[in-house]
Ligand binder design. Sequence first.
Ligand code: FAD
Length: 490
Amino acid sequence: MEAGRQDYNLLVIGGGSGGLACAKEAAQLGMKVAVVDYVEPSPRGTRWGLGGTCVNVGCIPKKLIHQAALLGGMIRDAPHYGWDVAQPVLHDWRKMAEAVQNYVKSLNWGHRVQLQDRKVKYFNIKASFVNEHTICGVTKGGKETLLSAEHIVIATGGRPKYPTHIEGALEYGITSDDIFWLKESPGKTLVVGASYVALECAGFLTGLGLDTTVMMRSIPLRGFDQQMSSLVTEYMASQGTRFLKHCTPSRVQKLPDGQLQVTWEDLTSGRENMGTFSTVLWAIGRIPETRSLNLENAGINTSPNSQKILVDAQEVTSVPHIYAIGDVAEGRPELTPTAIMAGKLLARRLCGQSLDVMDYSNVPTTVFTPLEYGCVGLSEEEAMARHGEEHVEVYHAYYKPLEFTVAERDASQCYIKMVCLRKPPQLVLGLHFLGPNAGEVTQGFALGIKCGASYEQVMRTVGIHPTCAEEVAKLRISKRSGLDPTVTGC
Ligand SMILES: Cc1cc2nc3c(=O)[nH]c(=O)nc-3n(C[C@H](O)[C@H](O)[C@H](O)COP(=O)(O)OP(=O)(O)OC[C@H]3O[C@@H](n4cnc5c(N)ncnc54)[C@H](O)[C@@H]3O)c2cc1C
């Protein structure tokens, strides 16, 4: 063990979205800060640099590859708009992957520079607790360092789950930790899972022209509005993604030609089926990175069910000077902006600059499936459960994006609904938008909803014509009325 002990005001474990934001803010406010970050390679050997899940194996590469897939759709639209596009139009995975990976590497570098600029000491070591003020960090080469600090923030995020009970799953399958770093096209792919990660990956693979199947045991997008979720998968199916519903895999075997033979059970018929794929991608959820932290050495409590770290509203764990933020903390949305904001606010409180705590209500998000689904606030089911069906009014509309008309695109799943309290002025409880640029649309309305907007106020908001977003401000038909919610064009 290295002799010198290093003392910091703040030690952050995990250099991802939350950890980096917290460390940089605290250093800027005058604290002596260290960040430790270490990426354990995936079972397939994929590794990456500083920045955590979002930068390396999450939001960033995902959105860029989603964009690559959307461009395919635009190329198909282009002849309708007069472009003479030579056929066939081919996609080169290798070229796309290289460009995306290079951009991610530039972000890794950018994060290192930012830490240096703000005088945050960075250690590329894997941390575990020795006691409640000290961690032991181990380098890739096995060298150990002890670091101690007054305050410690745990921001270690999570990693994809493997179904270890399924023969061949770990040996032959990949996860979202690998897909963005593949040098060659994954080819015909089976995506197992119904999470947003599963649907997003299946969506872009289909969009890039790959034969893609999603196998799901139960409902898609658990926790999201179920009517919207069904429309998401309906659109994906219309674009060529195959769905094997109520099915669960039991075995993955490698055939002599390198292909993967998957055996699964159809839970409806009880029958066993088989199929051959080039790639099997598990997207069945994530496990918090708490296992190797030796939390018990510091007396930090975790949830027995989720293994996530228990925290209070101030992000404090069971130990008063140890905090947890982001995906590793119990009950927090697994999203980059919430991790970042929680990290910054925590740093400000630790530095005595503010008493503000993170408000986790009305957090907007978007699922980047081929038809994007943006939402903020409560799902229709959740609103009914919390307020009672008789107190909830849902306004809705099917609409046709103007861009779809000339391109003759089917808009059957372009749909918006606003979930409100029934009593005037009809406070907006949730907004759900399915259509192009859903993230951009939802972000704008999220401010209004955060400020307590009512249905009446949204209806008094002047639209921007001709956009899809303006359809939100034109939602006149309530579900209760039973009238046809189809809007006839712009
Ligand atoms: C495929 C995918 C797509 C996503 N898309 C979106 C999206 O579009 N929008 C969105 O908002 N969110 C998205 N997310 C979620 C988002 O990436 C996470 O919510 C966010 O990165 C969480 O940040 P964090 O700081 O909690 O942890 P992370 O960013 O995961 O960072 C944790 C860091 O700690 C390191 N670490 C772990 N254990 C140790 C240890 N013992 N010692 C040292 N270092 C350690 C890890 O290697 C990692 O670098 C996506 C996630 C995935 C998987």
